[in-house]
Design a protein around this ligand. Sequence first.
Ligand code: DQA
Length: 138
Amino acid sequence: MKKIIIINGPNLNLLGKREPTIYGSNSFEDFFKELKSKHSNIELEYYQSNVEGELINKLHEVGFDYDGVILNAAAYTHTSVGIGDAVKAIETPVVEVHISNIHAREEFRHVSYIAPNAKGVLFGFGLQGYELALQSFL
Ligand code: DQA
């Protein structure tokens, strides 16, 4: 069975409550439950942290063993050399996901420290982006 993990960064624990016009009104927990039941043939996990170092630790922990990482590093995407380096350091392929269309927003969101080392990048498809990323590993 394939082992895939979704890793979400800062403020994504507030999905559903946070700026719903940009990020929608569904909680990630509800979306994840549905996704997991649709893909019962995959060992699918979910991890969220607001702490940069914890995200790096999780990438190290899964990055030599799992078949895929779906990473929405949220604001750290645009600032974190450390997370970018971790994505480069690990062996497991990483697909970068953003719920919103980061290229239709402020200029600082157009930069990604993850993209150069990602298998691919999906943005602007809402929560569906996570499912598209999952399909890219199947
Ligand atoms: C985000 C986009 C980021 O710019 C922002 O900081 C987020 C969420 C997205 O999923 O659209 O927190 O990664």
